[in-house]
Write a protein that binds this ligand. Structure first.
Ligand code: KG4
Ligand code: ZN
Length: 349
């Protein structure tokens, strides 16, 4: 039976992970990743030129490894999908060029897809078809958005997004203030387990009465980041030790509180009964726990992929590509661009 389902290889190179995933229909066969994260750590952020070069070196070996592990020959593939944007221009170009070459050489259709929609679609290989509509809270290093998703293959609507830093960016910047390594999200998550989340009352951006009128489903994390930095500086000036666990836990609580509060409100006000959380910050243990509590209380079903599928990977691109094929969407043109600022509402290039 499964032989009838489309076998799709997806390529992801928007940031620092070279991801190659292979999906048959809605089943994940392999998720191969090569990361250049260690090469960026000493700079405290991803260096675009270093990332592009690393993608170039990792691309062919990662495709070969994915095929070997899945027991798939390139000639068996029915389609190729690739992240067309948004992301780092040079990094995207490496994946797009590789995908075009494969599609031409194999004579199969090519789908250029949106990285953010792929973060939503990946949950299909974990928890089955997405309920339509689904509300998606997308929280990554570059984006924080609330999306109403009637159909992940062609209709993604933005209800709101961050007006300054992305949620992941805030985690990374606060981690730096606390002397924790890059990327900071997982380190804050870990440090927070030893701390008290009500120790410090950090601000919840865009939640006041007036802000809820003008920025109902938008987020702002830069004021919070500054508040944390000021608090830590004051502590250091007074010669007292910085309680890293308490700061991490209190900061994390502020982010997670706002994200989950607005996500549940968006579901309620739009009559949507299903919430999906995606993107690297969805790996956060406190976000997962608080979202579960608040969704249970509101009668909303919650879906969050396993942490390894929340951060960037190739499986998410293959998952969205396979949905495109299953839903009979037309392939992209071979001239499809690497679009570093592809809007979140454009699912396909
Ligand atoms: O989706 P992603 O892998 O890449 C982008 O598309 O940006 O997200 C990376 C972001 C980083 O900012 C990282 O610190 C954050 O996700 N992240 C986390 C956790 N794991 C990764 N943030 C909070 N808690 C985590 N456990
Ligand atoms: Zn991402």
């Amino acid at each position: 039976m499964s032989a009838d389902l489309p076998l799709v290889l997806g390529i992801e190179t928007s940031c620092d992970e070279t991801g190659v995933g292979i999906v048959r229909g809605e089943e994940l066969l392999v998720d191969a990743i090569a990361s250049s994260v260690d090469e960026h750590a000493r700079f405290g952020g991803v260096v675009p030129e270093v990332a592009s070069r690393a993608h170039l070196e990792a691309m062919v070996p990662t495709i070969e490894r994915a095929c070997r592990q899945a027991g798939v020959r390139l000639a068996d593939l029915d389609a190729i999908s690739v992240t067309s944007g948004p992301g780092l221009a040079g990094a995207l170009m490496v994946g797009v060029a590789a995908a075009k070459s494969l599609a031409v050489a194999l004579g199969v259709p090519l789908y250029g897809v949106n990285h953010l929609a792929s973060h939503v679609a990946v949950d299909i290989v974990e928890h089955g078809p997405l309920p339509e509509p689904t509300m998606a809270l997308l929280v990554s290093g570059g984006h924080s958005s609330l999306l109403l998703v009637p159909d992940v293959t062609h209709d993604v609507q933005s209800l709101g997004s961050s007006i300054d830093d992305a949620a992941g960016e805030a985690f990374d910047k606060v981690a730096r203030v606390l002397g924790l390594p890059f990327p900071g999200g997982p380190h804050i998550d870990r440090a927070a387990r030893e701390g008290d989340s009500v120790a410090i009352d950090f601000p919840r951006g865009l939640t006041s009465g007036r802000d809820m009128e003008r920025h109902r489903f938008d987020f702002s994390f830069s004021g919070l980041k500054t508040a944390v930095a000021r608090w830590v500086e004051a502590r250091e000036r007074s010669g007292e030790p910085v309680p890293v666990g308490d700061v991490a836990a209190s900061f994390q609580e502020a982010v997670v509180d706002v994200l989950t509060r607005k996500a549940v409100l968006a579901c309620r006000e739009n009559g949507v009964e299903h919430l999906q959380i995606g993107g690297g910050v969805a790996a956060n243990s406190r976000l997962r726990a608080m979202a579960q509590e608040r969704c249970d209380a509101a009668g909303i079903s919650l879906r969050v992929p396993r942490p390894g599928l929340c951060t960037d990977n190739g499986a998410m691109v293959a998952a969205l590509g396979a949905q495109m094929v299953l839903k009979g969407r037309a392939p992209s043109e071979l001239s499809l661009p690497a679009d570093s600022s592809m809007p979140v509402t454009a699912v396909q290039a």
